[in-house]
Design a binder for this molecule. Structure first.
Ligand SMILES: Nc1ncnc2c1ncn2[C@@H]1O[C@H](COP(=O)(O)OP(=O)(O)OP(=O)(O)O)[C@@H](O)[C@H]1O
Ligand SMILES: [Mg+2]
Length: 304
């Protein structure tokens, strides 16, 4: 049985009457890269803050490494590297000095600093004061801080925020290499499905505080159902015909859409034999982006 590094039960956060996180049961498997995906305001950062014990939950529980964050927070956090929203740093200190502060707290060797600076490619600017850093450089420093001491679990809130395209690719490659190289488990949040798709082994989709889907990337891909699009005339008569033979359909100005369980060749033949003019028969597969959009615009079913 796979063990879960993070497990939450009924994790809930209310701000006054506003339910920001609604009864989440998250399961983040050991050695996985878990993409925590949701649009702006979905509740990702709030959840991550509760995972790290930075914010008190209204209800429910968080277990990390099988221990309760309420009871053994310090013990747990020694084994966790994290970066939540904008990274925290001392602007008047250099990148090196910022990492030195964290290194001392963690009580680890000095050479660790050079190692993480190398990883995030900040070695050349390590002596520059951080207030003169660009957003992307600050982001890299935040990640370097999270990587100090090779934690078993890395929690990154929108890690590619502010990075340029080549920075995004480097960050993606870095994150992907962590489980294999260091045995790390990674949870990262994002509002961009394509980004999660390129990195994650597992995905949790959150919207308005609720978990709409949780599973492997392959399980999410399996939801990419196909449908048949038919361009056929005369439309009004086609509608009558489909109703008569009991085939459910949707339609827009151009196409009738049928479930892909019906064989396209058979439908085509039957329509022609019944005197209809068939202009096109297409098999369309929904993209993951479409699935994500349909889930997060409220039309999706709740699956856990
Ligand atoms: N301290 C707070 N007080 C009141 N409401 C809050 C507070 N923090 C967050 N919220 C609200 O909770 C909801 C979830 O916010 P959260 O920051 O967790 O979203 P998010 O998924 O991280 O979004 P984004 O992608 O924009 O970072 C939002 O509606 C937000 O306005
Ligand atoms: Mg956020």
């Amino acid at each position: 049985m796979a063990t879960n590094v993070i497990e939450t039960t009924n994790l809930t956060k209310k701000f006054g009457k506003f339910l920001a996180v609604d009864s989440l049961d998250l399961q983040v498997p050991k050695g996985g890269i878990y993409g925590f995906l949701g649009p702006n305001g979905a509740g990702k950062s709030t959840t991550i803050r509760m995972l790290l014990g930075l914010m008190k939950e209204t209800g429910g529980q968080v277990h990390i490494f099988g221990k309760s964050i309420k009871e053994e927070r310090l013990e747990i956090l020694k084994r966790v590297g994290s970066m939540v929203e904008t990274p925290s740093y001392y602007g008047h200190l250099s990148a090196y000095e910022n990492l030195e502060v964290t290194r001392k707290i963690l009580g680890i060797e000095k050479k660790e600093i050079n190692r993480v600076l190398e990883i995030v490619k900040l070695t050349d600017v390590q002596n520059k004061v951080v207030k003169k850093f660009s957003l992307g450089m600050k982001q890299r420093l935040g990640i370097a801080q999270a990587l100090l001491g090779s934690p078993e679990l890395l929690i990154l809130d929108e890690p590619t925020n502010g990075l340029d395209p080549s920075g995004i690719i480097e960050m993606r490659e870095l994150i992907k290499s962590l489980p294999e190289k260091y045995g790390m488990t990674v949870l990262l949040s994002s509002h961009i499905l394509s980004e999660i798709e390129l990195m994650a082994t597992h995905v949790g989709i959150i919207n308005k505080g609720q978990l709409l889907f949780q599973g492997t990337m392959d399980e999410l891909r399996a939801k990419q159902k196909a449908e048949i699009a038919l361009e056929v005339e005369p439309q009004a008569v086609v509608e009558d015909y489909l109703n008569e033979i009991g085939i459910p359909y949707k339609k827009d100005d151009h196409y009738f859409y049928l479930n892909a369980n019906y064989q396209p060749s058979r439908i085509n033949r039957e329509l022609i034999m019944n005197g209809f003019e068939v202009h096109q028969v297409l098999v369309k597969k929904h993209s993951l982006e479409e699935i994500f959009l349909s889930m997060t615009t409220g039309k999706g079913e709740i699956i856990q």
